[in-house]
Design a binder for this molecule. Sequence first.
Ligand SMILES: Cc1ncc(COP(=O)(O)O)c(C=O)c1O
Length: 389
Amino acid sequence: MSKLTGSKKATQFTESVIREMTRISELYDSVNLSQGFPDFSAPAEVKAAAIAAIQNDVNQYAVTWGARPLREAVAREFTRRYGVEVVPDEQVTVCCGSTEAMMSTMMGLIDPGDEVVVFEPFYENYGPDAILSGATPRYVTLHEPDWIFDPDELAGAFNNKTRAIIINTPNNPTGKVFSRAELETIAALCRKWDAVAISDEIYEHILYDGHTHVPIASIEGMADRTVTINGLSKTYSVTGWRVGWTISPRSLTGAIRKVHDFLTVGAAAPLQEAGVAALGVDDAYYAELARSYQRRRDTLLDILQRHHFTCYRPQGAYYIMTDIAGFGFGDDVEFARYLVTEVGVAAVPGSSFYRNAQLGRTKLRFCFCKKDETLAEADRRMAKLAVKA
Ligand SMILES: Cc1ncc(COP(=O)(O)O)c(C=O)c1O
C-alpha cells in the first residue's frame, strides 16, 4: 500500500461539516446561519486593549501556559462567580482557543483504550478529539424535546476503563442547560469510577428565561476531578482571536501544559493581554449579552416557526435545533444542500452531531449570533421554501 496517504487516525474522521457549510455558503452567497460566529462588532474596549497591546510591543511569546495577568483574571472570575478557589500558577493554562484546550486536555489525560463518555448530539470536535487521543468514545443520547438523558443509560456507560466524561453546558447544538440535579448524577458516577469531568463551558454567560449556569467543578468533591474549559470567543464575540483556557486540578495541570506547549507554544500574546481587559468588564456587560441573545433567539424562533420548522427552544448558547421531517426531503444533508444552494440560507445537517447519523436525519441546526438585518434577510429568502409532496 502506498505510504503517500494520511494516517489511520486522520482517515477515521471527516472534514468539519460546520466549517464546510461556511465555505459552501460563501460560494452561493447565502445567509450563513451555520457556523457559530457573530457578524457584529466585538466590544470597543476589548478591541482597544488588543490594539494598545500591539502598539506597546507585547509582541513576543508569552509564558507558555499563559501570561500571568490573564491566568489571574481567569482564576479571579471563576472564584468570584462560583466560589471555587483556583490558583493561577498551578491550575490555569491558556491555550489557542477552547478547541486547543480540549485537545491538549484529551491528549494529556487519555491513553489508547481508555473510554470517554460523550453525550450526543455533541459539538462535532469531540469525535476527532477522541480519535486523536486514542480514546474509545461511549455515547449517551440526549433525548428531545427536553434533551434529557436516561440516568440508567448513563450509569451503564461507565466502567473501570472510563477515564473521563465530556460535558458541554450550555450545550451546542441543543441549547440545553444542564441542571444541578443532572450534574449531581454525573458527579456521583465520576466519583464512583474515579473519572474526570471535562466540562466545556464556552457559552457560560449565554442563558435564557432565568436559567443559571452550574459548573460541575462547583459540585461537592468535583473540583479535584474536573477540567473546566472556556475562552474569549463567544462571551466577547472574538472567535478569530483563538484564546481559551483550562482550569484543572493540580494533579492534571502538568500533563495538559506539556501537550499544550509542544502543540502550540502559546496563544497570541497581545490578545492574551486584551483578554485581561475583557475579563475585567462589569457584570452589566454579561446581563446585556444574555438579553440581546434572548431577543435574537426569539426573532429566529419566530422566523423558523413561520416557515414550518419544528423548533426546540434553547435555554442557552446561540443555536436552535429544528426538525425538518415535515418538508419531505430524503434526509438532513439533502435538505441543507437545497437550503444553501436554492433558498440561500446555510444551516448545519443534524447528522453531523451524532455518531449514528440516523438520529440526526430529520434535524437541522441554525445559529442566531447575527445582526437583525441578517436574520431578516434569512426570513425573506425562506419565503421560497418548498414542501415536497
Ligand atoms: C461547544 C463549543 N466548544 C468549543 C467551541 C470552539 O471554541 P474556541 O473558539 O474557543 O476554540 C465551540 C465553537 O462553536 C463550541 O460550540
